[in-house]
Every structure is written in C-alpha cells, then in structure tokens.
Design a protein around this ligand. Structure first.
Ligand code: IVH
Length: 677
C-alpha cells in the first residue's frame, strides 16, 4: 500500500504535535497534555508508519526508542574543529581580572575605553557533543574526540528526549549546534537505586555515566539512561546570517526548541563577571546538575573574530573553575568508631586531599555492607567527593590503579574502645558493641537511659548534666552516681548548691526500685519496658535472669531468639556483671520475689486495651493491676485483644471492639474478672 496525501498529512501533523509536546515536557518542564493522550497520538503514528513504512522519517518521535546495536562507532570529521577553552587556574576573582586584561590588550583598549561586554554561562560537567541539523532535521550527532575527528553517536543521541529531532521556528538550511550532554543528579540517583535493586554495579558519578551512555554501541541501553542536554555553541553554519552576539545566539537556540540553560547573563566588565561568578558559586550546590565552573565569553561575535585563537584555544573565552568537588586520593586505612548507641562505624582514613574547598582526611563509610557495595579496599586509590556542606564521601575505588597490595576491611569482633563483643543481628546492617553500661563510648547514652523516667527515674539528670559528669571524669558507670557527694558536684560549672542537693536527693530516691525497672535501666539491647516486665515476672530475681541460657529465655512470653541472644550476650560480658555488683555494693536494691508461678486466673495471658476514663482508677493504676494479675495491656484493639476496658467517653477503640466482637468490660467488670484469678 502506498500512503495517500491524507495519511501523509496526518503523519506529518502527528510528528509535529508529538515533538511540540516533547519539547513542552522535557525542555520547558511544562507538560501540555496528559500522558495518556500523548501515548494515544504516539500509537497512532506508530500504526501509520507500520502500514506505510515510507512515512517513517528520521525525525519521527518513534525513532527515539533505540534500534539495533552498532558494530562500532564510525569516525566523523568535524568541519569546524571542536576546540576546548583555556582554564583560569586562579579560582579567585584574580582570574577574572587576568582574562579581562588579556581581552582588552588584544583589542587595543585603553583605560579610558568602556568595559567589554561578556556573556557568563555555566560550565557543565558532561560530554561535549555536536548536533548537525540539515533543513531543521537532526541528521548526525558526534562526540568531540580529539577535536578534529569524533565518533558518530546519532543512534544514542536520538533517544535523548530533550534533543529535538526537528527544530522549530525558521532554522537555517545547515546548523551545527554544540553543547553538553549531562545527567541530572536526581536522575543519576534514581538510576543507581535501580541498579542496586537489580543487583547491578553502581555508577560512580553523573559525568562518567553520561559519557558512557553516549558512547554505547547498543542504543537500547542508552535509551535507559536519563540524559539531558544544554546548547551553548556553534559548529558549521552554512550561509546562516548569524545573530550578532552569543546572548542572541542562545535566544535563537531556545526559539529553535533547543534546551538552553537559564543561568546566563550579560556581564559588563570585571565587576559584572565577578558578580556572576560569586552568585553561581552560592547557587552551585542547589543546582540539579554538576558544574565545575563558569565560562566567560566575549558577547559580540565581531569582537570574537577579531580576538581569534592562540594555539588551539579561543582568546575570547575562558573557563573559571570552582574548587573541585571530587578528587583522587589514597585510602590509607579503615578505622572503626563507636557511637553513643554502640554502633560501630567504619571511617576511611585518607591521605589529605583538598576537595570541595577544604582538606579532607577522613570520611564515613557507614557500615560493612556499604564498603562491600562500593568495593573499596584498604590501600586503594579512591574518588573522594565533598559537595557543599555535605560530609565528605568515598565514592569508589579506581580499580585500574590497584597494585596488588590492597586488602579488604574486616569488621572487628571486639569493640575497639572497650573490647566487649561485637554483635550484628542477621537482618541488620549495623554492628554493635555489647559493652552497654561499661563502654566509654556509650557511657553518656547509657547513663541517660539508666536515669530515665521509666528506668531508675532520677529526676534532673538530663543531657547537659550527664555530659558534664562524664567529661569531668566524675561518673564512669551508673554505680558512680550513687557515690556522688556535694563536693564532686560543686566542682561542675553552673551547678548551684540547691540543684546539687536536689540531684543528690533524686539519686537517693532512686536507690530502691522494682526488678522490672532495674532490668530496663540496664539498657540491654532489644529489651524494652514491656520485655523487662515480662522478664522480672518470669524470673522473680536478677540472679536467675543473669544465669539464664538463651533456651530458657525464649520460654518467657514474647521473648524470641534475637532478644534472648541480646540478654545472654549482655550478661555474658564480665564487665556488665561487674557494674551490677557495683550497683549492689553502692546500696541499690530492688524488690525480688519468687518466680511467677503461671497465674491461673482468668486475666493471665490475656490482652487488655484500656479506653476512656474509669470511675476511680487512673489508667496507670488499671494497667498495673492487670499486669499484677498476669494480663498484658496493649495500646490498640485487634483480633488478638481479649478485653476492652471502657470508661467514660470511650471513643474509636470501643467502636473497634464492637466491630471485632471483642468482650467489653467496665471498671467493675474488670475488678470482678481479676478477683476470679
Ligand atoms: S564553549 C570554543 N561553553 O568545557 C569554545 N564549553 O574546554 C567551546 N563546556 O569541551 C566551548 N560548558 O565540553 C563552552 N557553557 C559552555 C560549556 C563548555 C561546558 C565544556 C565543553 C568543552 C570544555 C571546555
């Protein structure tokens, strides 16, 4: 079948429409139609092209999806060479003055002459590309290569939605547009998240990823890499009557539907350039893509021609760099730091390197898995990144530079601070020191927990005071609290006599407590308030708990193997036992009883939910009473709830109970039930 004029017209119209929507979506970031509508038009065009293959032109949006792989990248000779620009090495404003002076001297301008007008642009950190449009249609895309000869990457560049396959407006018969292909940071992160999920290798940075994608042989792979583009220069232009300035050229590009960066400004003289440089420096970290500097170009093309080139660099342009955000250095060692919660964090010790404006000597590696994921070895040459105020990061190793002496990091089995065992739960990434109360690194945290309201309840022993006590070396373990005197406290800053007396009174008051509170206060990992209560009830005495094997521990209601392991591990450390002995010796006591005989009453093992206001009991009292009878109190109603105890103004929990058919009691009903036990 041969397409009729009607089908020919329709296909042309669909191509125009789809490209306009593409431009609105990918370049202007302002979609004009819903995705579903776009898809419908796209499928219509696809169907037409399938029926009438002669309608499938190279500028059709259907050609973006990526065809068959190329055997190799063909060489392309650039009619106008793709040159690079001089980099001003002085990263301060001195560099601006040097450039302006060179330009003025070359133009023969004296101090009485007006300042030169420049265009300030961003220096994008991507891959330079030359796009050849003939009669407005993209016919070839080539990399820079050595500047004279590049590689034909048209098949991949076609997949970049930001690059128009056909220019809009009134483009010249021949136009080579030059610019940068780059990858946005958010696109890069999403891509890496996908890679990680698929168990694939992670990409190092947006720049290398963009460059790798453009030079792919298989356009279907390139099509999956989210690439972007900015136009900033010219190659061959045929007989096009050029706009008069760089600023006007970029405006013309935008009118052709090409993406042009909004951060461009006509800057007058040194002052204008300095202002631009400083403004962009402040903006740098919030830009959605990486830049490594700014570019200054003499704005007027007639002056550019007059200035010409020295060796292979234009005299009319210069790159003014910002401090690099990525550098290469040696990973000297990986040390392990212990945090306030006992978490062991591997930290990279680096050969000092100036990056992102500061000298970096170490960087966190987060955890063992992260080290494996990044594949870094001790002794590696690594890429270190520091962008803005973000903490420095080891990006990854340069595998090609390995010499053979590098070695893998091994997480220590003992805490580097207190030598306690290190444990790592199976489903966790973080390794932890089990030293708890004993580990100096965890001392403050452990003391705060110990003194907490639900633990020993030492009123007034807060953050700041704990900091001071620990830093002054006055308190090392919780037992030291019970040996404090007014004298020691008087030495602390800002501690008035009255507050010292109050604190001592609060400590004194905490000396006698319940077994459950004491167990909770020890800060055993995975042992919260409820578990502490269960343990107290089950064992009755601390010694029995301390000697319990994991097998015995799992017999306690709600204690699983992980919790049992934490408890056994904690009491397995000699120094934790020592701290407990010290507390006993310092006169700390708690109520002990016989191990709870399984309560046979009707409340035993049952789950209660309290709601509303009871006539004569506070909620805490009711909770204590239920627990004393072997029941449990939970916060929310579910199928596992046995009773809901409802008082005045009971709300949604009561409704839920009725909905699930859970028994509802009032206060009297509760008391009667408990008495039966
Ligand atoms: S103009 C003859 N403008 O930086 C001048 N280049 O060496 C041609 N670049 O390879 C370059 N942003 O890849 C120009 N706004 C910008 C740029 C830019 C990034 C890259 C380009 C070039 C290198 C300069």
């Amino acid at each position: 079948m041969i397409a009729s004029a009607l089908e020919f017209e329709r296909a042309a119209r669909l191509r125009r429409e789809l490209e306009a929507h593409n431009h609105a979506y990918y370049v202007l970031d302002a979609p004009t139609i819903p995705d579903a509508e776009y898809d419908r038009l796209f499928r219509e065009l696809e169907a037409l092209e399938r029926d009438y293959p002669e309608l499938a032109t190279p500028d059709s949006p259907t050609q973006r999806v990526g065809g068959a792989p190329m055997p190799e990248l063909a060489a392309v000779r650039h009619a106008v060479p793709m040159l690079s620009i001089r980099t001003e090495t002085d990263t301060t404003n001195g560099g601006v003055v040097a450039f302006d002076t060179r330009v003025r001297n070359a133009l023969g301008l004296g101090s009485a002459d007006a300042p030169v007008e420049y265009l300030g642009e961003l220096k994008f950190d991507g891959l330079a590309i030359s796009l050849r449009y003939e009669h407005g249609v993209l016919v070839r895309a080539a990399t820079r290569g050595d500047g004279e000869t590049g590689e034909d990457v048209t098949h991949n560049v076609r997949t970049i939605r930001q690059i128009p396959l056909r220019l809009s407006g009134k483009p010249p018969a021949l136009l080579e547009v030059r610019g940068e292909i780059y990858m946005r940071r958010d696109d890069f992160q999403r891509l890496n998240a996908r890679q990680e999920q698929a168990g694939e290798k992670l990409f190092i940075n947006p720049r290398n990823t963009a460059a790798g994608a453009v030079r792919q042989l298989d356009p279907r792979i390139a099509a999956k890499r989210p690439l972007s583009f900015f136009a900033y220069g010219l190659g061959e232009t045929g007989d096009w009557a050029l706009p008069p300035t760089q600023a006007a050229l970029l405006d013309a590009f935008a009118a052709f539907g090409l993406p042009v960066c909004e951060h461009r400004v006509v800057a007058v003289g040194v002052d204008g350039l300095c202002e631009f440089h400083d403004r962009i420096a402040a903006l740098r970290d919030s830009l959605p893509y990486d830049i490594d500097g700014v570019v200054y170009k003499v704005n007027r093309f007639d002056l550019q021609r007059e200035l010409g080139f020295v060796t292979r660099e234009p005299r009319w342009a210069v790159a003014h760099k910002y401090p690099a955000q990525e550098e290469i250095t040696e990973l000297l060692d990986i040390e392990v730091q212990v945090g306030r919660t006992g978490a062991l964090t591997p930290v990279a010790r680096l050969k000092p390197v100036f990056v992102g404006g500061v000298t970096v000597t170490n960087a966190t590696l987060h955890n063992e898995e992260e080290i494996l994921r990044k594949g870094v070895l001790i002794g590696d040459q690594v890429i270190v990144r520091r962008a803005g105020d973000v903490i420095p990061e080891v990006v990854g190793p340069i595998v090609e530079r390995r010499k053979g002496g590098e070695r893998a990091f091994v997480m220590p089995t003992r805490c580097p601070v207190c030598a306690s065992h290190v444990e790592k739960a199976e489903d966790e990434v973080v390794a932890r020191c089990t030293g708890g109360l004993f580990c100096p690194a965890q001392r403050k945290q452990a003391l705060l927990h110990f003194a907490g309201r639900r633990a020993m309840d030492i009123e007034g022993l807060g953050d700041k005071l704990v900091d001071q006590l620990v830093e002054a070396g006055i308190v090392k373990t919780p037992a030291d609290l019970y040996r404090l005197g007014v004298l020691a406290l008087a030495n602390l800053q800002r501690m008035a006599e009255k507050s010292a007396a109050n604190l001592l009174a609060a400590i004194e008051k905490s000396r006698h407590t319940t077994l459950a509170r004491f167990i909770f206060a020890l800060g055993i990992r995975n042992v919260g308030e409820a578990t502490a209560k269960d343990l107290a009830r089950y064992f009755g005495a601390l010694d029995a708990l301390m000697d319990a094997t994991p097998e015995r521990l799992v017999e306690v209601p709600d204690v699983g193997p992980v919790v049992a392991q934490s408890i056994a591990g904690f009491f397995g450390e000699a120094h934790n036992r020592e701290v407990i002995e010290q507390l006993r010796a310092a006169g700390v006591t708690w109520e002990e009883g016989a191990p709870a005989a399984p309560v046979a009453g009707s409340a035993s093992g049952k789950v209660f939910v309290l709601t509303g206001t009871l006539p004569t009991m506070s909620r805490d009292e009711a909770k204590a009473l239920i627990e004393a009878h072997g029941g449990k109190v939970s916060g929310s109603v579910s199928k596992k709830t046995d009773y809901v105890v409802a008082g005045a103004e009971a709300g949604s929990k009561l409704a839920k109970a009725e909905e699930l058919g859970v028994a509802v009691l009032d206060q009297d009903g509760l008391l009667r039930l408990l008495e039966q036990g």
